[in-house]
Write a protein that binds this ligand. Structure first.
Ligand code: M6R
Length: 622
């Protein structure tokens, strides 16, 4: 939530060199998926602090800057907001400026003690001009800077007073050439360029300029100038930041000819699955997970797995539960991270917690990870983002290699999370002796065939697009599935809700007769995810019956079924075909038509597919 960019570099060379302002606007364009309620920039030029900010999308700020340009500069910060405190107005947009107008702050997160700090400042005569929690930081920093005479010292002093989760960046007219950043439980990475340094909520902020980055730790402050990045603790002690190299480039974060990032990311799914599987076996075919830094003895002893995640990542965990329990015979609980944290879960040293997160920054998951570790459980992160908080705070990390996911709706991350969790399940089964080596190899072979199967579904997507255009005016759409098809139904409904603003519900098909079937009325579209008839026969037959039951009550059934499964024909108004794959692999193909459907309904309704209303890509507040 909220995108943050900072730049300290050389003084611009000529008119064509937009300097820091151009770098920051470019960074904001790439970070806009993190929040798009408002955008703003602050620059330091010729001993002055200048700002511009606008409610609405970044494009409104860019238009405003065309009318009233800011000078090219060597020092700039920029912000794109997902509103927490105060409506998305010009006044509440960041940056916020100190009383004397010489210092500007941008912020991501929530300052939990802002009310106390605000009252204190108001009692001292400070007049507030916004409803944000951020403005207290601007006034406190302005005063601290005037008193201490050093921007880094001022940021450290103020951070020691702030409670909650925050990333802040500050620039001052009295500290030209310097940007100071600080983080507590909120993301901030440093880009190391050639004679320039960058700050960003994630590496996309500076990927056009450098792939060399530094991962900041908790409660750290970084002061960047053109020539250096100096990291300290909030107390001013020197601190180390871990260097890393980003494994994708700027082209990966462009639309590449697709109408939406989501469309591009859906089409990248075969690659995302293949890359997540790369290099996971040794010469003998045995599964190796190099990143698995948790002691084998601990993994052998584990008597329970708890998956913590939110949204789509939680549904990936839900799919994985079926496979991991089947292969490893360990009970797997799947829990929404925000519920887990507050229900006093039973955790022991024998519990393995698996935290799944594309961004690695979802605050609910961060809090769940901390809680689990405090209680003595081991935590493994399944994550797509290097340098992010969740893998850093976990005992080990298993990376998905999906590349940057920019669209707010998660797609390729879902497939790669399932793939990574399956690798984990197989690894545990191999380690604990639940499966023979040849059994593990066979499942790996099935997994390795999945990129082609997903590609086959994509090649057939035109039927889904047509159907979406026909059904775009539906009031409500239901999704039914059993076994691994159940989380797929939940995911199909989530996609439609978040992208097309349509009422959509996913149900376990067996639950239908316990209430939800009352929702079915004449013409009601119902997607039914049918398992393979080559798997458990009773499972297939039961789902086909469920399709018949809703159809008999007037529903228009859209059945997702395997090639050659003619048993569904009598209960389907529309059949969407997927290739034949083993039952546990089916989610990797059956979810794809649902993703395409949601994207196309939203497109047909004229909605912004990549940036749906009220949402942001990374949910970095609880
Ligand atoms: O970055 P994460 O995987 O932790 O994000 C979790 C959810 O916020 C995310 O999957 C969300 O549900 C998506 N917008 C769904 O498309």
């Amino acid at each position: 939530m909220c995108g943050i960019v900072g730049y300290a570099g050389p003084v611009p060379g000529g008119e064509a060199d937009g300097g820091g302002l151009a770098v920051v606007l470019e960074g904001l364009r790439r970070l806009e998926y993190r929040g798009y309620d408002s955008a703003g920039v602050a620059v330091v030029a010729d001993g002055q602090l200048l700002t511009a900010k606008r409610a609405g999308r970044l494009a409104r700020l860019v238009e405003a800057l065309e009318v009233a340009p800011l000078p090219a500069t060597a020092t700039a910060i920029g912000h794109t907001r997902w509103a927490t405190h105060g409506a998305p107005t010009d006044a509440n947009a960041h940056p916020h400026v100190s009383e004397d107008g010489r210092l500007a702050v941008i912020h991501n997160g929530i300052i939990e003690n802002y009310a106390v700090l605000k009252a204190e400042l108001q009692a001292q005569g400070v007049v507030f001009t916004s409803q944000t929690d951020t403005e207290v930081a601007a006034h406190l920093l302005g005063r601290a800077h005037a008193e201490l005479g050093d921007l880094g010292e001022a940021v450290r002093a103020v951070c020691r007073r702030l409670e909650g989760a925050f990333t802040i960046l500050a620039v001052s007219a009295d500290a030209p050439g310097t940007v100071v950043g600080a983080r507590r439980s909120s993301p901030l990475v440093v880009g190391v360029g050639d004679g320039a340094h960058y700050l960003g909520s994630d590496v996309a902020a500076f990927i056009a300029h450098t792939r060399d980055a530094l991962e900041l730790g908790q409660d750290q402050v970084v002061e960047i100038t053109a020539g250096a990045a100096v990291v300290t603790t909030f107390e001013g002690e020197p601190a180390l930041a871990r260097p890393f190299t980003v494994d994708w480039d700027a082209a990966a974060a462009e639309k590449g000819g697709h109408p939406w990032f989501m469309d591009k990311e859906i089409h990248e799914q075969p690659r995302a699955v293949a890359d997540t599987l790369l290099g996971r076996s040794d010469a003998s075919g045995a599964l190796v997970l190099d990143e698995m830094k948790i002691d084998e003895a601990v993994l052998r002893r584990a008597d329970k797995i708890i998956v913590v995640a939110c949204g789509t990542a939680a549904y990936a965990g839900h799919v994985a539960k079926y496979a991991v329990e089947h292969w490893c015979r360990i009970p797997v609980e799947v829990e929404l991270a925000h519920e887990f944290r507050y229900r006093d879960p039973i955790l022991t040293e024998r519990t393995l917690v698996v935290a799944i997160s594309q961004s690695g920054e979802t605050m609910d998951v961060v809090m769940a990870v901390r809680h689990a570790r405090e209680q003595g459980a081991k935590v493994l992160a399944v994550c797509n983002t290097q340098g992010s908080t969740i893998p850093r705070e976990s005992d080990a990390a298993l990376y998905t290699h999906a590349g940057p996911e920019v669209a707010v709706a998660s797609t390729k991350a879902f497939l790669s999370q399932i793939t990574a969790c399956y690798l984990l399940g197989l690894y545990l089964a191999q380690l604990r002796g639940n499966m023979f080596a040849d059994e593990v190899r066979e499942v790996l072979r099935h997994l390795q065939a999945m990129p082609d199967a997903v590609q086959t579904v994509l090649d057939r997507a035109e039927d889904v697009r047509k159907l979406a255009r026909e059904l775009a005016d539906s009031r409500s759409v239901l999704f039914l599935g059993r076994h691994v098809g159940y989380p797929v139904a939940l995911e199909g409904a989530l996609k439609l809700k978040e992208l097309a603003y349509l009422h959509a519900e996913g149900f376990a098909a067996g639950e239908l007769k316990h209430g939800p079937i009352a929702l079915v009325e004449e013409g009601q579209p119902v997607f039914v995810i049918v398992p393979s008839p080559h798997g458990r026969d009773s499972l297939h037959a039961k789902v086909v019956s469920n399709a018949q039951e809703v159809r008999a009550r007037g529903a228009r059934t859209i059945v997702i079924a395997e090639d050659g499964d003619d048993a569904v024909l009598g209960s389907a108004d529309v059949v969407l075909r997927v290739p034949r794959v083993p039952t546990l692999m089916a989610p990797l193909v059956t979810v794809v038509p649902l993703q395409v459907f949601a994207m196309e309904v939203a497109t047909a309704k004229g909605l912004d597919v990549d940036q749906p209303r009220n949402l942001a890509k990374s949910v970095t507040v609880e």
